[in-house]
Design a protein around this ligand. Structure first.
Ligand code: HEM
Ligand code: NAG
Ligand code: NAG
Ligand code: NAG
Ligand code: NAG
Ligand code: NAG
Length: 474
């Protein structure tokens, strides 16, 4: 055995001891969080990732206190640089851009989702929801036992987003859509890479079999993005406004993107436009679909909640089968609380990051120096007993009737919150209404008022089994 190997072995031993020590210290410091996270099966891997991340970026402890979180989200708009491979898909698109660029992007995005504009999308979303229930019935899913509803719902959220903001009508419910699976695979592969530290270096990752799969999925995503862009450019040539009928042409997201200016006054490049559209597809499809599916699961667990929603629907819509109008949504107050409670307990995006640009002192008294990375554990924030009360883990839609329930962090808060959140609420509620007015959702009843959805972390927090439920005719 030669000298070099000995050194390597020793170094390896020393490193292992360090890693193990650090791991136990890390577990000890986060024992409360670990308790929270123990409910979510894939979190150990995630914790390891976040530990490495925390180590590399000198971040603060995870935030789970709603008041501190609100303060940070309103005062620190800069994002901590995530590992480059997470950024590589959508480049400098709004969600990841440094503040200096983000300001200009946000100006372009905001009008697309102003309340006036999104309500003009309502009829289109309604149409897509009818396609959804039609497809469920065509596939003989009604009264035929449990099945995974994921594919149907995510197809619906994708086609709603395309038909409205992206101006492309896809007749998706006719067949399986490659991009749905591609998006799911991208999140899965990214998560797998995140929790396996040795897959981080690009040169190594390129040699794995996963890489080919990853490349293929990204290709499918970009394919749709290019189709959307081409569709738009053709349409500009014909100067027609199929993009957003009924509303003003200039309200369309793509028009804004094509006319938008970045920080140096020039227009966005093709790559920048493509990145922004890809981000939309990634940020807007699975998130809303997860929210809808979680709520359906909760309907199965708590049939009395479902019946109360049905009764409210009947009181607003009577027995007509007309599509929903925008004014109906305001009347569905109980439904609104149920959706919020579902989003509180199961935030589709469980973790976000920020970074300080100067020394700040949090309301709780902690002072964070300049350039500290901050990890916000939304899952924990939404279940903090100091804010939500001792029954924070219980499913109780009526908690939103009491004051001090404004800090729902699911869509983040402050100027850099989710730009699509009002749109997401519409997409979620419309689908739930169209399903519940026709069908009864049946699942495993839950006796305890602490619901258990077997969630896993795949960038987003989603059900392990693809949301198996049954539907029965009403
Ligand atoms: C239930 C559904 C959704 C959830 C839970 C959700 C959640 C979030 C969260 C937590 C952020 C991060 C903000 C931060 O880092 O502080 C975000 C940002 C964003 N979301 Fe959503 N989102 C949803 C739906 C949508 C939809 C439907 C769209 C678009 C069509 C969308 C587009 C965006 C964009 C563009 C950003 C980046 C905003 C910026 O940095 O200025 N999201 N979302
Ligand atoms: C890392 O963060 C701690 C507190 O969060 C701070 O005291 C320390 O100065 C930071 N180190 C560097 C190198 O920024
Ligand atoms: C993002 O912006 C930074 C700073 O302007 C630039 O250096 C970088 O190349 C950009 N990244 C991508 C992927 O466009
Ligand atoms: C559409 O735009 C024109 C001018 O660009 C404006 O006068 C009109 O009020 C707008 N209509 C709507 C419905 O926003
Ligand atoms: C914080 O750090 C950044 C980056 O080094 C620097 O540009 C900025 O001036 C610092 N802010 C303060 C208030 O020291
Ligand atoms: C959740 O999933 C894990 C892994 O598939 C399984 O072992 C466990 O029994 C499931 N728990 C419930 C409550 O379904």
């Amino acid at each position: 055995m030669d000298f070099n190997v000995d050194i390597t072995v020793d170094m390896f031993r020393a490193l292992s001891v360090l890693v193990i020590l650090w791991y136990f210290w890390f577990r000890y410091k986060r024992r409360k969080l670990n308790e929270l996270a123990a409910r979510i099966p894939a979190f150990p891997g995630l914790f390891l990732f976040m530990g490495a991340f925390q180590f590399a970026h000198n971040t603060s402890d995870w935030l789970t206190n709603p008041e501190d979180t609100e303060f940070v989200l309103k005062n620190c708009l800069e994002k901590e640089d995530l590992v480059t491979f997470l950024k590589s898909i959508v480049g400098n698109a709004s969600a990841f851009a440094p503040v200096s660029q983000w300001i200009y992007r946000r100006k372009i995005l905001a009008p697309t989702f102003s309340p006036k504009t999104i309500f003009s999308y309502m009829d289109m979303v309604s149409d897509e929801s009818l396609e959804l229930v039609k497809k469920l019935s065509l596939d003989n899913r009604i009264g035929n036992g449990p099945f995974s509803i994921w594919k149907y719902v995510s197809t619906y959220t994708l086609s709603s987003l395309c038909a409205t903001a992206l101006g492309l009508k896809l007749s998706l419910q006719d067949s399986d859509v490659p991009v749905i699976k591609a998006v799911l695979d991208i999140f899965k592969l990214l998560t797998n890479r995140m929790v396996h530290l040795w897959l981080w270096p690009d040169w190594l990752y390129r040699r794995t079999s996963q890489y080919a799969e990853y490349k293929k999925s990204i290709g499918i995503l970009y394919g749709l993005t290019d189709e959307i862009l081409k569709n738009k450019r053709d349409e500009i040539c014909q100067s027609d406004d199929i993009c957003n009928p009924g509303a003003n042409k200039t309200q369309c997201f793509l028009d804004h993107l094509l006319e938008g200016k970045s920080n140096d006054g020039s227009g966005l490049t093709d790559v920048e436009i493509r990145d922004e559209i890809s981000l939309f597809l990634l940020a807007g499809t699975d998130t809303s679909a997860i929210a809808i599916c979680n709520t359906l699961k909760l309907f199965g667990k708590y049939p009395e909640v479902q019946e109360k929603i049905y009764a409210e629907l009947i009181s607003v819509l009577g027995d007509s089968d007309r599509p929903l109008h925008k004014n109906d949504l305001k009347e569905l107050k109980y439904m609104n609380r149920v959706v919020k409670e579902s989003l509180r307990l199961y935030p589709p995006v469980p973790i976000i990051v920020r970074k300080t640009k100067k020394e700040i002192t949090l309301p709780s008294g902690t002072t964070l120096p300049n350039k500290t990375g901050i990890i916000i554990f939304i899952w924990g924030v939404n279940r903090d007993p100091n804010y939500w009360g001792p029954n924070a883990n219980c499913f109780d839609p009526d908690r939103f009737l009491s004051p001090n329930t404004n800090l729902l962090t699911t869509f983040s808060l402050g100027p850099r919150n989710c730009v699509g959140y009002q749109f997401a609420f519409i997409v979620i509620k419309v689908a739930l209404v169209e399903i519940v007015r026709r069908y009864k959702v049946v699942g495993e009843r839950e006796d305890s008022n602490i619901p258990k959805i077997n969630s896993t972390f795949s960038i987003m927090l989603r059900d392990r089994d693809g949301y198996e439920i049954s539907l029965e005719e009403r």
